[in-house]
Unconditional design. Structure first.
Lengths: 217, 269, 214
C-alpha cells in the first residue's frame, strides 16, 4: 500500500477540506436524525391508529431501502418536479431522513420499555400527554438509548462516504481523485486511517458518555 | 514482547489483504501469452458512442475502437475477449494484469505514459463542452465562479478543465450517462468530453443541448499496453500503420465517424 | 419499444444480477464469519488480537472506500468478483461478532456437559453448541443480511451491472427519474422484506421444535 509524504503534502488542503465536509455533514445530519427519531418515537406512543401506522410505515420504508437509492432519488428525482437543492443539502437531508428511521426505532424500543407505572403516576398528576413525554418518559428513554445512539452515529460517519457519489468532494472522493490522477494509493491509505481514527474517537466518546450517565448495560 | 507480535500480525494481515496486486500480472510478454492461449483480452467502457457501445438491436458490443481491436485479433489469428469496466477502472485493469490491452477512447497524456505504453493513435478528435441550449456562447462565459462543470471520473477532462477553466467548479461522475443526466437536471452547467461522445449525448436528449463550437483541447486516442509487453506494443503499432495503408482503416473511419478519412499530419499518419 | 418495457428490461437484468450475487455473498460471509467467531471464542493469544484488528478495521471503514480499494488493488478478474470479495469480508466481520456473542451467551453448563461426555471440539460445536446458537442469533443474522442486500447498491460504483447501475443507464433512454428510482427502491424493499418473512418463518419453526422437545 503506497504512502508517500510528498503526495500528502501536495494534496493536504484538499484532504483537509474534504475531512471538514465529512465532519460537518456528520454533525448536522446526526443532530437532525436524532431529533427526527425522538419525534417519531414520541409519536409512536399515540393512541390514534393511523399515527402509529404512519410512523411504522416510515421506519419500514427507510430501513429497507438502501441509503444510496434514497440519495439518488432526492438528488436526481426531485429536480424533475422542480425541487432542486445543493448537493450538500441533499446529502444531509438524505442521511438525516434515513438515519432518523433507525434512531426512531431505537427510541421507540426504549420508550416502550419504560414502566407503565410511570405513565399512570404522571397521569394522576393531571399532566398532559406532551408534558408526560417531555418531563417523565423521554429523559429516561434518552438515557437508556445512549449506547445504541452512539453506535448509530458511528454508522453515520460511514454513510458520509456515499456522498462521494452525488458530486460532493468528501474524503472518499478525494482519495479516489488522487488515485485516478496519479495512480497512487496514498490517498486511500490516508482516508482509511482518518476514518478509523474517527471511529475510535466515536467509540471512546460513547464509553465516556455511558460512564457519565451511569448506564447499566 | 506480546505487543511486538501483535503489531507484526496485524501489519502482515493488512499487507496481505491489500497487496494482491503483487501476485497479479504476468512477467512474460503479453503477446507470447496471447498467441499461446489463442485469446486477446482487452478492456473497454461501454456507453461511449461511437467508440464502444452495445448495439441496441443485436445486443453485441461494437464500435470504432471495438472493431479495430477485432480486426487486430483476426490478423493475429486469435479470438477477442472483451472485458467491460467503468472508466475509472480501465487503466487499473491493464496495470494489474487483468487484460492485455486497452481498447477504449483513451486520451494520450504524458503522466499516463509514465505508467503505460501508448500505441500509435487511432484517431484525433477535438474535446468540447456540452451545455443546455442557449445558455453559454463561448469558453470565456463558462470560466466563471458560478458554473459547475462535469466530466467522467478518471478522464483527462477534469485536469484540462482545471487548467483552462480555472474559475469554474469541476465535479466528476462515474459514467457518461450520469454526466448527461447531471446536465439535464441542472446539477451541472457543462459536460466535457470528446466531440463524438457529446454528439451521442445530444442525440439522446433531442433539442435540449448544444455544443460550444470552440474546442477545449485536442484529443488523440490510442490503444495502451503495459511496459512489460514490448512485443505486443510493436505489433499493434505495425498493425495501425498497415491498416491505414491497405484501406481498411479508411473504411471503418467512414462507417463510424461518418466522413472520409484524409491522411494528414493532424489525423495521424 | 415503449418506456415501461425499456425500464422493465434494464431493471430486470439488474435484478437477476443481484439475485445471483446475494446468495453467494451470504454463504461466503456465513462460513467465514462463523469460523472467525468460533476461533475468537477460543482466545488464542496472538491470533485473537490479530483478528480483533481485522474486526475493528471493518467496523471503522466505510464499505464504499473498501470496495474501491479492493477493486483498484487486487488482481481480480472482474468487478463482480471484487464486489463479492468485499461484501463477504466486510459482513463476515459483523457475523463473527454475532456468533461470538451468541456462543458466549450460552450457559456454561452446555460446554461442561459436552466435555464430560468426552466429545471432541468439532463434535461439541456441531452437535451441541451451534444448533443452539443459531436459534438465538437468527434475528441478528437477518438484520445483518438485510444490510448486505442494501449494500449491493454500492457495487454499482465499480461498474457491476446490478439494479442501480442499470437504472442509471436506463435513464439515458427514458428520462423518468422519479419513477425509475421509486421502482429501484421498491425492488430492494421487496428483497429485504422477503428475507424478513423467510427469517420469521424459520424462527417460528425453530421455536415450535424447541417447545415440542420440552
Amino acid at each position: 500500500m503506497d504512502f508517500s509524504w510528498h503526495i500528502i503534502k501536495d494534496w493536504w488542503p484538499n484532504i483537509l477540506h474534504a475531512l471538514g465536509i465529512t465532519i460537518i455533514v456528520f454533525i448536522v445530519a446526526g443532530i437532525l436524525s436524532i431529533f427526527l427519531g425522538l419525534t417519531l418515537g414520541a409519536l409512536s406512543t399515540s393512541n390514534k391508529k393511523f399515527v402509529t401506522a404512519g410512523v411504522r410505515t416510515y421506519i419500514s420504508i427507510f430501513r429497507n431501502t438502501p441509503l444510496l437509492v434514497q440519495l439518488f432519488f432526492l438528488f436526481y428525482g426531485l429536480p424533475a418536479v422542480g425541487i432542486r437543492m445543493s448537493p450538500f443539502t441533499t446529502g444531509i437531508l438524505g442521511i438525516a431522513l434515513n438515519e432518523g428511521a433507525f434512531m426512531a426505532e431505537i427510541f421507540r424500543g426504549n420508550i416502550q420499555s419504560i414502566d407503565r407505572g410511570d405513565w399512570e403516576a404522571a397521569r394522576t398528576l393531571a399532566l398532559t400527554r406532551f408534558q408526560i413525554l417531555y418531563y417523565v418518559i423521554l429523559p429516561q428513554a434518552i438515557r437508556d438509548s445512549i449506547p445504541a445512539v452512539t453506535g448509530q452515529l458511528s454508522i453515520i460517519i460511514k454513510d458520509t462516504s456515499l456522498l462521494s457519489l452525488i458530486m460532493i468532494v468528501d474524503l472518499t472522493r478525494v482519495s479516489n481523485q488522487i488515485y485516478t490522477r496519479l495512480f497512487d494509493l496514498t490517498g486511500f491509505s490516508v482516508a482509511l486511517i482518518l476514518y478509523i481514527l474517527m471511529n475510535i474517537l466515536m467509540t471512546s466518546a460513547s464509553k465516556l458518555a455511558e460512564k457519565r450517565f451511569q448506564i447499566r448495560r | 514482547m506480546k505487543k511486538f507480535w501483535l503489531t507484526m500480525t496485524s501489519v502482515l494481515l493488512a499487507l496481505v489483504l491489500i497487496n494482491g496486486s503483487v501476485f497479479a500480472g504476468d512477467s512474460k510478454d503479453a503477446l507470447d501469452k496471447i498467441v499461446k492461449s489463442g485469446k486477446l483480452v482487452v478492456a473497454t467502457e461501454l456507453g461511449t458512442h461511437p467508440w464502444a457501445y452495445k448495439d441496441p438491436k443485436t445486443g453485441k458490443i461494437t464500435g470504432f475502437t471495438v472493431e479495430l481491436a477485432q480486426m487486430f485479433a483476426d490478423d493475429l489469428g486469435v479470438e477477442l475477449e472483451i472485458k467491460t469496466y467503468e472508466w475509472a477502472g480501465i487503466i487499473p485493469s491493464l496495470l494489474t494484469g487483468k487484460v492485455d490491452m486497452l481498447a477504449a477512447c483513451l486520451t494520450r497524456t504524458v503522466p499516463r505514459s509514465a505508467k503505460l505504453m501508448y500505441a500509435e493513435p487511432y484517431v484525433n478528435m477535438p474535446g468540447q463542452v456540452l451545455v443546455r441550449k442557449g445558455e453559454f456562447k463561448d469558453l470565456d462565459s463558462i470560466n466563471t465562479k458560478k458554473v459547475v462543470l462535469t466530466a467522467t471520473t478518471g478522464s483527462v477532462w477534469e485536469q484540462i478543465a482545471e487548467k483552462r477553466l480555472p474559475k469554474s467548479t469541476i465535479r466528476t461522475n462515474a459514467t457518461n450517462a450520469d454526466n448527461a443526466i447531471a446536465l439535464q437536471t441542472r446539477r451541472a452547467d457543462g459536460y466535457l468530453n470528446d466531440k463524438l461522445q457529446l454528439v451521442a449525448a445530444m442525440n439522446k436528449y433531442p433539442g435540449q443541448f448544444e455544443l460550444i463550437e470552440q474546442p477545449l483541447a485536442w484529443d488523440s486516442f490510442a490503444f495502451a499496453i503495459r511496459y512489460d509487453s514490448f512485443k505486443l506494443w510493436n505489433t499493434v503499432n505495425l498493425y495501425m500503420r498497415l491498416i491505414k495503408m491497405d484501406g481498411r482503416y479508411g473504411e471503418l473511419f467512414k462507417k463510424y465517424l461518418g466522413y472520409e478519412w484524409v491522411p494528414t499530419s493532424e489525423t495521424g499518419s | 419499444m415503449n418506456e415501461y418495457q425499456v425500464i422493465f428490461n434494464f431493471l430486470g437484468a439488474g435484478l437477476l444480477e443481484v439475485l445471483g450475487l446475494i446468495p453467494i455473498c451470504i454463504i461466503f460471509s456465513l462460513i467465514l464469519g462463523a469460523g472467525i467467531g468460533i476461533i475468537q471464542t477460543l482466545r488464542i493469544p496472538v491470533i485473537y488480537h490479530g483478528i480483533s484488528c481485522y474486526l475493528i478495521f471493518m467496523r471503522g471503514v466505510p464499505p464504499l472506500l473498501l470496495l474501491l480499494i479492493i477493486f483498484f488493488v487486487a488482481g481480480f478478474d472482474s468487478a463482480r468478483v471484487s464486489a463479492i470479495f468485499m461484501l463477504s469480508f466486510y459482513h463476515a466481520a459483523y457475523i463473527a461478532e454475532i456468533f461470538r456473542g451468541g456462543i458466549q451467551s450460552l450457559p456454561r453448563g452446555q460446554f461442561e456437559a459436552s466435555d464430560s461426555i468426552a466429545l471432541r471440539f468439532h463434535q461439541k460445536m456441531t452437535y451441541v453448541i451451534i444448533p443452539q446458537v443459531l436459534r438465538t442469533i437468527l434475528p441478528a443474522l437477518t438484520g445483518q443480511y438485510i444490510i448486505l442486500i442494501k449494500d449491493t447498491a454500492l457495487v454499482s460504483a465499480i461498474g457491476v451491472m446490478e439494479i442501480l447501475y442499470n437504472a442509471r443507464q436506463a435513464m439515458q433512454v427514458v428520462y423518468r427519474p422519479l419513477l425509475v428510482y421509486f421502482l429501484v427502491a421498491l425492488l430492494f424493499y421487496i428483497l429485504c422484506f422477503s428475507l424478513e418473512c423467510l427469517s420469521s418463518y424459520f424462527e417460528k419453526r425453530l421455536m415450535l421444535e424447541k417447545g415440542l422437545n420440552q
